[in-house]
Ligand binder design. Structure first.
Ligand code: C5P
Length: 211
């Protein structure tokens, strides 16, 4: 059984000194990779820029941008399960400036042109080598079920785990988490609990509901 997990943020470079990033710590994805390896799976962890040790028994590929992550994940197929726990940038600068952008005298604003990144999760789910089970994450602040189910359908994935963000004790950077999980025929709430415990519950749920 081969499991691919993506985790952490992506950094989209603007110039040699600046990038666009986000506050994902990678903890949830690393906990899932650790638990899958503990269960005897062959685990490939594709990690964005994070400060976390590689879990025991896990093969890790470090990437920086959404484009790098897309390439690393798709070229690692086939697999039995893909769990996309990374907070992938939705937009990236249209052009990378090889010299540092300067402040323009007299101008109080700067406009950066951003373009959409490719959706790794949707591309894996549509791939000729599609894993039998494709699981995504969604960080939501409101109308969680509505947005989560929308992504489940739009990305044609099998299960989506919604993280409530903007709340203490859950989501980005926290050690604990609460997930609202949705699949075609049901839903479940996991936690609140430490992310390591959430990983155990989530892999049990995947085994049970996506058998
Ligand atoms: O559409 P949204 O970004 O909210 O969806 C979140 C889910 O989609 C996460 O599982 C994330 O890893 C994945 N995603 C992706 N590629 C992108 C954007 C999001 O795989 N370019």
């Amino acid at each position: 059984m081969k499991v691919i997990v993506s985790a952490g943020p992506t950094f989209e470079d603007i110039d040699p000194a600046r990038f666009i990033g986000n506050r994902s710590s990678g903890k949830m994805g690393f906990a899932i990779a650790a638990e899958a390896a503990r269960r005897g799976a062959e685990v490939l962890l594709v990690a964005g820029p994070v400060h976390l040790p590689t879990p025991e028994g896990v093969t890790r590929i470090d990437v920086r941008s959404a484009a790098h992550m897309h390439e690393a994940v798709t070229s690692a197929l086939p697999a039995s399960i893909y769990i996309g726990a990374a907070a992938v940038a939705d937009f990236t600068p249209q052009t990378f400036s090889s010299t540092k952008l300067k402040k323009q005298t007299g101008s109080e604003t700067l406009t950066l042109e951003l373009v959409r990144t490719r959706d790794i999760l949707a591309d894996v789910a549509a791939h000729a080598l599609r894993p039998r089970r494709v699981v995504g994450f969604a960080a939501e602040t409101n109308d969680i079920e509505h947005y989560a189910r929308g992504k489940l359908a739009a990305k044609r994935i099998d299960m989506i785990c919604a993280n409530r963000v903007g709340m203490a004790g859950s989501g980005f950077e926290a050690d604990d988490n609460t997930l609202q999980v949705f699949w075609k025929d049901g839903d479940a709430t996991l936690g609140p609990a430490p992310k390591a415990d959430i990983a155990v519950l989530l892999l049990d749920l995947i085994d049970k509901e996506l058998a």
